[in-house]
Design a protein around this ligand. Structure first.
Ligand code: NAD
Length: 364
């Protein structure tokens, strides 16, 4: 099989983690007989320096001709400050490439053997953690109108609007049911239906859709309770589906359970619009460009390596190859011989990739 991938390393450690992850992908593809057609594009400050634009036309073109995008990170705080908010690379490049991709999946995994890497007490995570969080990404509070500040001090007022259409709710819940079907057939819908009208509609639709998905056990939880239970009994969570703002906060909270921001992968997925066009799926580790460690070969590449496993699963349906990457990665993490700085060790980014490639050789 041929895999056409746009590769956008971007700024800071994006360059290092993407290089390490692509070596792992090449190793998996070589073993399974797949051909990787990786086309590299400039993005972020790396693109501004070369082309005067954080998302040059050539990079858009590469993305449009690809089946999936692998993204490192963009943004450098010292240089970001020199631009107005709306022109900063994170705004220009990220929001543009993610347009139309309404489902953000973050996979938080902590194998039982890595309990000491998690900030929670061992007894709370003895059974390990494996949570897939599905966050609605294009609606809700961040995009609803009206939005803004009006009036003059000291009598100003501000408004944000939380709005969802039935169509938006149904399509993200559908991703939730489908994802649950591929895992433990349990779906937790998180809302605030005791207060918010959007949540009441959300819950009604979820309950209705559960009738069409009798093989999935649907449960509901209020978001305040969910944020508490994530810390109290994280092993019991499986697939969580929720709206934009709740998902933003809960997924950051859950990411910490994996022990390091450098370990968590993510995917942004869409579906065909009215004209039958689907935005190119976008895959990235959840961390930023980490300028404090950039260029030193110190970054943990695991988040990016597991991001490629998500790409193999969701875009290419190569679940066997994806599982091989996950198995090799967790084997290395469990063995505890190769540990990067963020988890208390001294292994380099490239040594971590080497260890995972070596482990892949004996993964079936
Ligand atoms: N998707 C993106 O491109 C994205 C996301 C977040 C932040 N940013 C940008 O990145 C820049 C830095 O942001 P920040 O410092 O708030 O967040 P960050 O994620 O870059 O770094 C936060 C901390 O985590 C550490 N860290 C992050 N990833 C790591 C990894 N893989 N291995 C080891 N340690 C790791 C860093 O060293 C730092 O101490 C900013 O310009 C910000 O706008 C970009």
């Amino acid at each position: 099989m041929e895999l056409n991938i746009a590769v956008l390393p971007g700024d800071g450690i994006g360059v290092e983690v993407v290089a390490a992850a692509m070596r792992v992908l090449d190793a998996v593809a070589h073993k399974a007989g797949h051909k990787i057609n990786a086309v590299y594009g400039d993005i972020g400050w790396a693109a501004i320096d070369k082309h005067g634009d954080a998302l040059p036309a050539a990079t858009r073109d590469i993305c449009n001709r690809s089946q999936a995008i692998l993204f490192g990170a963009v943004g450098l705080p010292d240089r970001d400050k020199t631009l107005p908010q709306a022109k900063r690379p994170e705004r220009v490049a990220l929001l543009e490439l993610r347009k139309g991709l309404f489902a953000n999946l973050r996979h938080v995994v902590l194998p039982a053997g890595l309990a000491n890497r998690c900030p929670l007490k061992n007894e709370l995570i003895a059974r390990g953690i494996d949570i897939m969080i599905i966050r609605e990404l294009t609606g809700g509070l961040y995009y609803g109108q009206p939005q803004g500040v009006t009036g003059a001090a000291p009598h100003r007022s501000a408004v944000d609007t939380l709005a969802y259409s039935e169509h938006e709710i149904r399509r993200i819940l559908r991703v939730g049911f489908e994802t649950a079907r591929k895992r433990r057939k349990r779906l937790l819908s998180v809302d605030k239906a005791n207060i918010l009208a959007t949540s009441q509609l959300w819950r009604e639709i979820a309950t209705d859709m559960a009738k069409e998905n009798p093989d999935i056990r649907l449960e509901h939880m209020y978001v305040d309770n969910a944020s508490m239970q994530l810390l109290r009994r994280p092993s019991e969570f499986d697939v969580i589906v929720t709206e934009n703002t709740f998902g933003d906060i809960l997924s950051d909270e859950a990411s910490m359970l994996a022990g390091s921001i450098g370990r968590v992968p993510s995917a942004c997925l869409g579906e065909p619009d009215a004209k039958g066009h689907t935005a190119v799926p976008f895959y990235e580790p959840i961390h930023g460009s980490a300028p404090d460690i950039a260029g030193q070969n110190k970054a943990n590449p695991v988040g990016t390596i597991l991001t490629l496993a998500m790409m193999l699963t969701y875009t290419f349906n190569l679940t066997h190859e994806a599982k091989a990457i996950e198995q090799a990665t967790f084997e290395v993490l469990n063995a505890g011989q190769v540990v990067t700085g963020d988890l208390g060790g001294s292994a380099t980014c490239s040594q971590m990739a080497d260890a995972i490639i070596a482990a892949l050789k004996h993964v079936k």
